[in-house]
Design a protein around this ligand. Structure first.
Ligand code: HEM
Length: 218
């Protein structure tokens, strides 16, 4: 990449915007999944409606491209940052200058989340294809697959760990993007900060409720 998009600031923008695309997706995904609390039929009909049209292919292409750009810019910025830090400081910053644990471990969180996404797609999207019938319409029984997967404590624990990391990643990532976009200055600084934090908590807790509910009550 060359020009503005290849510069550090350009990469930060690209990383932030592609991150926001995924942030929008996970919020919608979490909210849609809540139908599992209503009934298996409601959940399956929703999944069927989403995957029946062509819009799914557009959404999938945008998500894959956004993920590639997000990972590429993140790796590139991390490498540049490390090289710059090695040259500049002999002693690590401490006290107020020291960044939070969540911000210092963004790369580690991101790597684990990437592994999570790949395994998640293998488990669900490309997992066992049960069939069901809702009001005469044949469709995939994803609710049954979800119930089976989350009967297994190992899966539940792995999802809890990954979703807590996702919460930290979202909170710091969305906050930093607002900062890059210049929203963290002036009167509304605290509002944007609270918004990114509240959003991350809602997404993480909303997702966590699903495997926990299926494990305990199915
Ligand atoms: C409790 C947490 C979660 C549950 C129960 C869940 C459930 C599911 C299910 C059942 C599918 C299959 C949908 C289909 O093929 O029609 C799916 C797809 C997917 N999930 Fe999740 N999900 C969870 C969390 C996440 C998280 C945290 C991410 C991302 C960080 C994510 C990313 C995706 C993606 C990218 C797809 C594929 C969408 C597509 O291309 O059709 N999921 N999820």
């Amino acid at each position: 990449m060359s020009g503005f998009l290849g510069s550090t600031v350009g990469k930060k923008y690209l990383m932030g915007i592609t991150g926001l695309i995924w942030a929008g997706f996970v919020l919608a995904h979490m909210a849609g999944n809540m139908l599992i609390f209503v009934s298996a039929d409601a959940y399956n009909s929703y999944g069927h409606a989403l995957t029946s049209g062509n819009i799914i292919y557009v959404a999938e292409t945008v998500l894959v491209l956004a993920l590639i750009v997000h990972v590429y810019t993140a790796v590139s910025l991390t490498i540049n940052n490390r090289a710059a830090k090695d040259q500049r400081y002999a002693v690590a910053a401490s006290g107020k200058k020291r960044s939070t644990l969540a911000s210092r471990t963004m790369a580690v969180q991101g790597s684990i989340i990437l592994v999570f996404i790949i395994l998640h797609l293998i488990t669900f999207k490309y997992g066992v294809h049960y069939e069901t019938n809702v009001k005469g319409v044949p469709m995939r029984d994803l609710a049954r697959l979800m119930e089976e997967v989350f009967q297994q404590p190992g899966y539940v624990i792995w999802y809890l760990v990954a979703l807590i990391l996702l919460g930290f990643h979202l909170s710091h990532g969305v906050g930093s993007t607002f900062q890059s976009l210049g929203l963290m200055e002036g009167t509304y600084r605290n509002t944007w900060k609270k918004l990114s934090y509240g959003y991350a908590v809602i997404v993480a807790l909303g997702f966590i409720a699903q495997p926990v509910y299926l494990f305990l009550f199915h």
